[in-house]
Design a protein around this ligand. Structure first.
Ligand code: TYD
Length: 216
């Protein structure tokens, strides 16, 4: 069994997504799974450079289309240099944000069209989609209050963040198999229990267990 598993996490600012990403990664590591933890924008040397341009407060004049292409450029490098090779080696890849972020932020909230972003996402990733996406749904107003400092995107008006949330929920309805909506308004542990249960129910884990059992 060669192919790995690809899990992404999505959500609005301050949704608690990164805490859950780290919890899942630590849990799987502890149970001796070969895992890779990464994030977008970033994840590779080149993509981290693009991240700096994207998030720097001084770049407030960036046009929506420039923003979209920079996220896509970061993703094209990230997918080819890190994600794809890891999946081919059989690794579990966990990414804090991926293609759905561009759909919700640039496609919907920046009004660039979901269809356009979907097509460009496919080109940027070569069609590599996560096997499971956890959407941590949480009120962005409460989420923004949790943040210490704010970058260029976090500085947007609340209406922008509300549009992001609505778009995420709409995308999730269209892709029920892949995207699991998780209520982010509960305790960290309750949220994690649900995430772990869904993860371990994925056929990849069932196959892996059967394979390991047969090897013993
Ligand atoms: P980051 O500091 O990684 O924060 P977070 O904890 O919210 O993930 O910031 C990434 C920011 O970039 C975040 O505001 C969402 C935004 N973003 C997009 O607008 N489009 C994208 O495709 C991606 C990957 C992120």
């Amino acid at each position: 069994m060669k192919k790995g598993l690809f899990i992404s996490f999505e959500g609005c600012e301050g949704s608690g997504k990164t805490t859950q990403v780290e919890k899942l990664f630590s849990h799987l590591k502890k149970h001796h799974y070969d895992c890779l933890l990464t994030h977008e924008p970033g994840g590779t040397h080149i993509s981290e450079k693009i991240r700096k341009i994207l998030l720097h407060k001084s770049n407030s004049s960036m046009s929506p289309l420039t923003e979209l292409f920079l996220y896509l450029a970061s993703r094209a490098q990230h997918t080819r240099e890190l994600i794809q090779p890891a999946i081919e080696k059989g690794v579990i890849v966990i990414s804090d944000r991926y293609t759905d972020s561009s759909l919700a932020y640039q496609g919907a909230a920046r009004n660039l069209s979901l269809k356009l972003v979907q097509g460009l996402n496919e080109i940027a990733t070569g069609g590599i989609l996560p096997d499971i996406t956890f959407l941590i749904d949480f009120d962005p107003k409460k989420g923004l209050k949790r943040l210490k400092g704010r970058d260029r995107i976090e500085n947007e008006e609340i209406i922008f963040h509300r549009e992001v949330r609505e778009a995420y929920l709409t995308i999730a309805k269209k892709e029920k198999e892949r995207i699991k909506v998780i209520d982010g308004g509960r305790s960290e542990n309750d949220i994690f229990k649900e995430i772990l249960k869904i993860t371990e129910l994925h056929p990849w884990f069932q196959k892996k267990r059967k394979h390991n059992f047969q090897r013993v």
